[in-house]
Ligand binder design. Structure first.
Ligand SMILES: *Cc1c(COP(=O)(O)O)cnc(C)c1O
Length: 393
């Protein structure tokens, strides 16, 4: 026995259970079609909701910024000074979201790791949706606060937990995903917000899949529900609809200022690069100029989902462009994904632990980059594989 034999055994266990994740290699830019493991396939995997990941306006802005400012920020912002470009991005993000201030991070994951421990600690309590994203779960654990998971999107469960626990703690925060990434359902943020106000508790929403998707022109879930000024902390990512990389926290100046002083991934890790920041600003230019891409995204999503339902597939609880195709057991989902790939469609199977046991699925990510002909090709492939594997008639 060597010290790492247990890892080999764990990996073999994953393979037997159909849970081993073989990562495919992409040899082309992002878009409706990709070259994956050398094969040209329809892209149903990326979070490139608006097709910005390879948008000429973003690539041009990134190149121009490199020529003017180079690439790396070369140090942590709070130690060696921050570039005007990052400050400009934060100003623009705050304006886009309709809030007073914003702070950016290297990723959405880091934004959660920075924010939660800065706001609550050992004497405090967190009410967290059971299906919250892994980065929220990790941020909660890092904070040392008591964590109470309430039932998914269940406001009655949330309120019951608050009543039972609140008095024993110094401070409290409610944290929820905006759009849940595996099911595509939307948190009832209006009702959650009412509860937060009733008990005078901080409210934080992670809008990673709502940024650029929900609300007017993609302004996110707070705009979608008309809750401006009522949600204390809005976390977002610049790596999905924005097509670049990075995280953001938008909210009140005092929260943002506190994160500049106490957000550990801000204080101990360098910022995103110059071309990243410049490309994000270009993405904001596009989003502020027109709702065209967001509208096309929703048209495409509605078209594809209607087609899938007509074929007899179960697309779960989704009310957003995230389209889960519920299959049940992980080996079936993996086989379905392999067959789709043979048929020229790249759509990954998702199993435990990303989703609960027995709830394996294929997750289709619809984008404004798809044309109707692309979506029709996708529907044809799903129909053929679905019949072959007896998922549909
Ligand atoms: C994707 C995602 C993140 C992580 O965002 P990155 O910018 O890729 O780190 C965080 N929270 C939620 C809800 C997400 O879906």
């Amino acid at each position: 026995m060597t010290k790492t034999d247990w890892i080999k055994q764990e990996i073999e266990g994953l393979q037997t259970a159909g849970l081993y994740n073989r990562i495919r290699t992409i040899g082309s830019p992002q878009g409706a079609w990709l070259v994956v493991d050398g094969k040209r396939v329809l892209n149903f995997c990326s979070n490139n909701y608006l097709g910005l990941a390879n948008h000429p306006q973003l690539t041009a802005a990134a190149k121009k910024a490199i020529d003017e400012l180079g690439i790396g920020p070369a140090a942590v912002r709070s130690i060696a000074g921050t570039m005007t470009l990052h400050v400009e991005l934060e100003r623009r993000l705050a304006a886009f979201k309709g809030v007073a201030a914003a702070i950016t991070f290297q990723s959405g994951f880091n934004a959660n790791l920075a924010t939660i421990p800065a706001l609550v600690g050992k004497e405090d309590i967190i009410f967290s949706d059971r299906l919250n994203h892994a980065s929220i779960i990790d941020g909660c654990r890092l904070s040392g606060a008591k964590i109470i998971a309430y039932e998914h999107c269940d406001v009655a469960s949330l309120e019951a937990q608050i009543k039972e626990n609140l008095a024993q703690y110094r401070r409290a925060i409610i944290i929820t995903d905006g759009v849940f990434s595996m099911d595509g359902d939307v948190a009832p943020l209006d009702k959650i917000c009412a509860v937060a106000q009733k008990y005078d508790i901080l409210l934080m929403v992670d809008d990673a899949h709502g940024e650029g998707v929900l609300g007017k022109g993609g302004r996110g879930i707070v705009d979608h529900f008309g809750l401006h000024g009522k949600v204390d902390v809005e976390v977002g990512t610049l790596s999905k609809a924005f097509g670049v990389v990075g995280g953001v926290v938008a909210g009140s100046p005092v929260v943002v200022e506190w994160l500049r002083q106490r957000g550990r991934p801000f204080l101990f890790s360098s910022a995103v690069t110059v071309p990243d920041a410049a490309a994000c600003i270009a993405a904001l230019d596009i989003l502020e100029a027109s709702t065209e891409l967001v509208d096309r995204l929703w048209d495409n999503a509605n078209y594809f989902k209607a087609g899938m339902k007509e074929l007899g597939f179960d697309t779960g609880l989704s009310t957003t462009p995230i389209t889960p195709v519920m299959l049940g057991e992980a080996p079936l989902a993996q086989q379905f994904s392999r067959e789709l790939f043979e048929a020229g469609v790249f759509a990954m199977a998702i199993g435990y632990p990303t989703v609960p046991q027995g709830k394996a699925r294929i997750r289709v990510m619809i984008s404004a980059a798809h044309g109707k002909d692309d979506l029709d090709k996708g529907l044809e492939a799903f129909a053929a594989v679905g019949r072959k594997l007896s998922v549909i008639k």
